[in-house]
Design a protein around this ligand. Structure first.
Ligand SMILES: *Cc1c(COP(=O)(O)O)cnc(C)c1O
Length: 223
């Protein structure tokens, strides 16, 4: 079951904000994705490679699939043929593998760098220092078949709205910084931040891509 009314409301909000909505369908059945597709939605996000591949095979080919989970190098090959945007890149090594697999297929893969903004240790992503090193490496040794088009971040899992806002502000500031003295060969223009519980704060702080799961598809039994 999908929440069609909520979808239509969020759709209005993102149009006002000129943002993109990625519907996060992890753990949810094909029928739910198809139902949202039938309402005209095309951007869907998944966290697990195996699940994504199974779903991609069964669903319409004009879906734009976003990979938003932790990606292991040895699984890159399986998603490169069809993926629209990999949002969770957090190492040069991973970029090299994406580049290698993309070259074989003569594709250029759009990627976001995942930045660690939350207080929790467990969340993946680059800290500011690691980001700087990675950008330096990229500028020194560009990769022909990957394109860094922006940043993604996940805020702390907390009820403290001020804390969440601070984390989004921090990411927006980094984004602005790398936009102005830009990354060679790349134009970062996507700032992916905001989930079901914090997307309104994210939009207020300059997000132009939100990733919404439970509000659209209902609460997940597993994370
Ligand atoms: C699961 C997930 C989401 C969606 O979470 P909801 O709280 O259900 O909206 C967004 N982004 C990432 C990276 C996720 O793993």
């Amino acid at each position: 079951m999908i929440n069609a009314d909520t979808y239509i409301n969020i759709q209005k909000i993102i149009q006002t904000n000129k943002a993109t909505l990625v519907a996060v369908s992890k753990t949810k059945p094909i029928e739910d994705i198809q139902a949202l597709y039938d309402l005209g939605h095309r951007d869907f996000g998944e966290n697990y490679v195996q699940e994504l591949i199974t779903k991609e095979k069964q669903l319409p080919k004009d879906i734009r699939w976003h990979f938003i989970g932790h990606l292991q190098s040895n699984k890159v090959k399986q998603i490169v043929p069809f993926i629209h945007l990999i949002q969770s890149v957090d190492s040069y090594k991973l970029l090299q593998e994406i580049n290698k697999q993309a070259q074989k297929l003569d594709r250029t893969i759009n990627c976001l760098l995942q930045i660690h903004i939350a207080k929790e240790e467990t969340k993946f992503g680059l800290n500011e220092e690691e980001l700087e090193v990675l950008i330096k490496t990229l500028n020194h040794t560009p990769l022909s078949n990957v394109s860094i088009i922006g940043f993604m971040g996940i805020a702390s899992f907390t009820n403290d709205k001020n804390q969440i806002r601070k984390e989004f502000q921090q990411l927006k500031q980094l984004f602005n910084q790398y936009q102005s003295h830009s990354i060679k060969n790349y134009t970062p223009h996507i700032l992916s931040m905001g989930m079901s519980s914090d997307y309104t704060i994210a939009l207020e702080e300059g997000s132009n891509m939100i990733r919404i799961g439970s509000l659209l598809f209902g609460i997940r039994e597993t994370i």
